[in-house]
Design a protein around this ligand. Structure first.
Ligand code: CS2
Length: 483
């Protein structure tokens, strides 16, 4: 079968929307780090819609900080790929907003030259939680790659090193201001980028650190669209519809949301023309998403794994898991968080559950479970502390933590765990349950939170862990009552 490439664009197919723009007229004023499925189903689609409206400045050059497979898949396709929306109805778009992908380790100087170019107005990131090297919510300077960038500014390995080196070059070239936008699931992602970049700047380029204060803006954003890894089924479906083969299409849900902190310096892409929202204060939006949507996702993922379900929608179809998540969020998250002025927390959560139930878009529990050591502190820990501060003992979270510890143990034993702390976790397997749980908590930064010192809460975690281990998750859930 022929491969997808620009020659297909002259065809017309029912059910398929092609770009309304000429690929060669697209300017790539955005440089994006981390061209994975999420980026391709989210920001790249917003950019594609802008290009469709004739806003031709907002194409993307992607940068991969390590892996080459996305380049290998998309380069023979003129960087075109298929985006398939899967819900009650489906829709297929050919996306042309990504115009090139650079592999940073192959040619770091090329990446720096691109970042220094005056055409580059905005840098965006989806490098996943672990790309920020956070430990206890601070950048882990002991991490080998961070330490590399702090010691040797010439050969950056981390996002921070690249940004710092680029800022120094931009200062020397008297380049225009630049905005750097975090598009990962982090609270205050822009602030982490800012801190990490200044850490390297202050060490190696103090003059550029001063220059950056008035020439570089760091922006946070709340990004949302459920986007699973691409399945063989998706590839076959796309090939059937297009009549050509796409090596790496992406399927995602109908819902999409992007709320961006309005703190740009220099040109701001008009993402508001294509459904994104610029807001003065982003904190509550990030919090709402992380602590309602992502928090529930992580619980469903751990529980689904323990009962042998492959997909999120299957786990949610079990009344015991559904009820647990619903009760926990309603009683132990919603009452302790603030919601953005125009949003309704209960409605938001009800919509999230409906989205998770979308069986047209199976989402593997193990995909959500990937890197969970980097996720729980963002998604769960602040709600536990807020509960305790409100005189609640959030026993739902104690149960969730116990289930998560069981997930880590079982997934390790079965060879299913995909996590940057996998090797460290493996060494804990022989520990006594209490020590095992304590180690997991410490390794995920719990010591910085008040709940870690709360013996009532920690005893709950230990008791539930024992219960789940002895009786299995479903029986433990049957005898659990939320407070
Ligand atoms: C998920 C997210 O994999 C995960 O950890 O919770 O990727 C989630 O699907 C997205 O944040 C939805 O926007």
């Amino acid at each position: 079968m022929k491969r997808l490439d620009r020659s297909l664009l002259s065809n017309k197919l029912d059910n398929v929307q092609f770009p309304d723009y000429e690929l060669d007229s697209v300017k790539t004023n955005i440089v994006h780090f981390g061209v994975g499925n999420f980026h391709r189903a989210h920001q790249a689609v917003y950019c594609h819609k802008l290009l469709n409206q004739g806003e031709l400045d907002w194409g993307i050059t992607g940068v991969s900080l390590r892996a080459t497979p996305m380049f290998d898949a998309l380069a023979p396709q003129d960087f075109l790929y298929t985006e398939m929306t899967l819900g009650d109805t489906s829709q297929i778009n050919i996306i042309g907003s990504i115009r090139d992908i650079l592999i940073a380790p192959d040619d770091p100087q090329k990446v720096l030259a691109l970042l220094t170019s005056n055409n580059t107005k905005v840098v965006t990131t989806t490098i996943t939680e672990k790309g920020y090297y956070l430990a206890s919510n601070a950048i882990d300077i002991a991490h080998e790659e961070v330490a590399n960038d702090l010691a040797d500014a010439q050969n950056p390995k981390t996002i921070y090193g690249y940004l710092a080196a680029a800022i120094e070059l931009r200062m020397k070239a008297k380049a225009d201001p630049l905005t750097i936008v975090c598009c990962d699931n982090l609270q205050g992602g822009g602030e982490h980028l800012e801190k990490g970049t200044y850490m390297v700047l202050e060490k190696h380029y103090p003059e550029a650190a001063l220059w950056a204060k008035t020439n570089i803006a760091f922006v946070s954003s709340m990004v949302d669209r459920v986007t699973p890894a691409t399945s063989e089924k998706t590839k076959c479906k796309v090939a059937d519809e297009l009549g050509v083969y796409d090596e790496w299409p992406v399927a995602a849900e109908p819902f999409t949301q992007w709320v961006i902190e309005d703190k740009f310096i220099g040109e701001r892409p008009p993402f508001d023309k294509v459904g994104a929202e610029f807001v003065d204060s982003i904190h509550l939006f990030e919090q709402m998403k992380l602590r309602l949507l992502n928090a529930s996702h992580s619980i469903i993922s751990a529980m689904g794994y323990l009962v042998g379900d492959n997909f999120v929608h299957q786990a949610l179809a079990r009344p015991a898991i559904f009820n647990f998540v619903e009760q926990m969020v309603t009683k132990q998250v919603l009452p302790v968080i603030s919601i953005p002025a125009d949003a309704d927390g209960n409605q938001y959560f009800a919509d999230v559950i409906k989205r998770f139930e979308n069986s047209h878009l199976p989402y593997r529990v193990l995909q959500v479970g990937t890197d969970s050591s980097q996720k729980v502190a963002q998604r769960w820990y602040p709600s536990i502390d807020d509960g305790l501060a409100n005189q609640l003992i959030p026993n739902g979270f104690a149960f969730a933590l116990a289930a998560w510890a069981c997930y880590i143990k079982q997934a390790l034993e079965k060879g299913d765990l995909n996590d940057p702390l996998k090797a460290v976790f493996s060494e804990l397997l022989e520990e006594q349950p209490k020590d095992f749980i304590n180690s997991l908590l410490v390794l995920t930064g719990a010591e910085k939170f008040n709940f870690y010192q709360n013996s009532v809460f920690i005893n709950y975690v230990n008791d539930y862990y024992q219960h789940i281990t002895e009786h299995g998750l479903l029986q433990a859930l049957a005898s659990f009552t939320i407070k």
